[in-house]
Design a protein around this ligand. Structure first.
Ligand code: SAH
Length: 453
């Protein structure tokens, strides 16, 4: 508990950052979380809210500012939504991510001072994103595009998003203007009315090909022909325009129904010297140049041999396994999204790779099926979503006795949890390499190497 009440003002020093980038102030052990406050800064803060275990505050005045503070006004604006570390110097962002992984390994896996390697920086720290999902809402009757303010669904209109490829910004504005011109309605979340919910744009990093996805609340899309003609004439790099119908009221961007409005249902990019078709429902890393570094790190950790059988679990469109298939005997991939598996099979063919097999199912199911079929991989590579690995996956993976598990993770908390499980089954954590895929944000990505002890 704290003795402070709402609107109390006091002087404090910021001692830490939460993993989402809020400053931490402590009074007799009671923590306050303060937006836009960096470690080392002395502030006069106002109490916004208190609860039993923690409170929230806001900066009234900076009594001193951190030497690591970036005072770029536009980035600071984005800090309130899509770039929560926009106010922190990039070199400090890298240190913070490494420290966060160390702390989670200490807290969750009991590893004191595990030598997490220094975070590899992203080749580009602004304009790096190849994809944007932009909410479309009306403000005072005018259709706007922008981002949601942190922890809300309040749209902040913005024209330059800084962290995504500027061509994507241009497309978003052009689409916004066409929506206005053709008087299409923006989605209204509260009343579940209106038509266009989101514009999603993907841009292939190496080829510049573009895909535009209209996420709509209903299927019928009036006046679409003229709009498409104008859009694709103005931007010949658009190879695909898709419609996704999302009738739900939840937070998921996509619903289940897809239609091709123009061109193909995929765009083609190039990574590590291979071509990849990417369709709308398929996952594709948003920072292509940094993802290449991530994959190379994973491949070097795997220390592949010509007669190795390798599992690429959570394989998406095949980008990891197809990068090294020519160096090994066989790659088995598993992925739950059917469209992604269709892409992966096509991508193998596009690159003349024949020693790969893909199945569409859950990784935990495939792992035990392979075990039952007597397939004995030497290396198991995993790249799961934030929730990490299923326990049954870990059991089956450990049972086949692969010499190493290469674990790509976008969530250090579930990674640390899974390391404990692997260690109980005879594996040992050797190395952890953070790679920064998400500059200006709190998101962490890492590659871990576990070897059979
Ligand atoms: N390795 C790919 C994809 C990684 S993202 C790449 O680098 O691009 C994680 C992938 O896991 C997504 O494609 C998601 O669809 C898939 N996925 C999520 N849960 C899964 C499960 N239980 N089994 C198999 N795949 C799953």
């Amino acid at each position: 508990m704290t003795n402070f009440n709402k609107n109390d003002i006091f002087e404090a020093e910021v001692i830490d950052l939460t993993h989402e980038g809020a400053g931490v102030v402590k009074v007799d052990g009671y923590p306050f979380f303060v937006e836009n406050a960096l470690p080392g800064e002395k502030i006069e803060m106002r109490v916004l809210k208190t609860s039993k275990k923690f409170g929230f505050g806001k900066v009234e005045t900076y009594l001193s500012q951190s030497e690591h503070r970036i005072s770029d006004i536009d980035l600071d604006y984005l800090r309130t939504g899509i770039a929560d570390f926009g106010h922190l110097a990039y070199s400090e962002q890298l240190k913070f991510k490494r420290k966060q992984i160390s702390e989670l390994l200490r807290k969750t896996a009991g590893k004191v001072d595990f030598p997490v390697l220094e975070t590899i920086p992203s080749p580009e720290i602004l304009a790096y994103r190849n994809k944007a999902s932009i909410p479309v809402r009306a403000i005072n009757g005018i259709v706007e595009t922008g981002f949601f303010r942190k922890h809300t669904h309040n749209l902040v209109p913005v024209e330059s998003f800084y962290i995504q490829n500027p061509e994507i910004d241009t497309i978003v504005l052009a689409v916004r203007d066409l929506i206005r011109k053709y008087s299409l309605k923006a989605y209204n979340e509260r009343e579940n009315t209106g038509f266009i919910r989101n514009i999603v744009v993907r841009r292939a990093h190496a080829t510049g090909e573009l895909m535009v996805i209209f996420v709509t609340r209903k299927a019928a899309f009036f006046k679409v022909e003229n709009l498409l003609t104008e859009l694709t004439k103005a931007f010949p790099a658009i190879k695909s325009v898709m419609q996704n119908v999302n009738t739900s009221t939840g937070n998921a961007i996509f619903g289940t129904e897809w239609k091709i409005l123009y061109g193909q249902d995929y765009i083609t990019d190039r990574m590590l010297g291979r071509d990849y078709q990417i369709s709308a429902p398929s996952f594709y890393q948003v920072n292509t140049a940094a993802a290449e570094v991530l994959y190379q790190t994973a491949i070097s950790f795997a220390d592949l041999k010509a007669d190795d059988v390798v599992i690429d679990a959570y394989s998406g469109i095949g980008t990891i396994g197809l990068s090294f298939a020519d160096k090994v005997k066989h790659v088995y991939g598993v992925e739950v999204v059917e469209a992604a598996v269709t892409n992966a099979k096509k991508n193998a063919a596009l690159n003349d790779i024949t020693n790969v097999t893909y199945v569409t199912t859950k990784a935990e199911k495939a792992m035990s099926d392979w075990l039952a079929q007597g397939i004995t991989p030497n290396v198991i590579l995993v790249d799961p979503p934030r929730k990490g690995l299923d326990e049954t996956f870990i059991d089956a993976a450990a049972a086949v006795g692969a010499r190493s598990i290469v674990y790509i993770s976008c969530n250090a908390a579930t990674f640390a949890r899974d390391v404990v499980r692997f260690e109980a089954l005879g594996y040992k954590l050797d190395k952890v390499q953070p790679v920064d895929l998400f500059p200006q944000t709190h998101h962490v990505e890492l590659v871990g190497l576990l070897t059979k002890s």
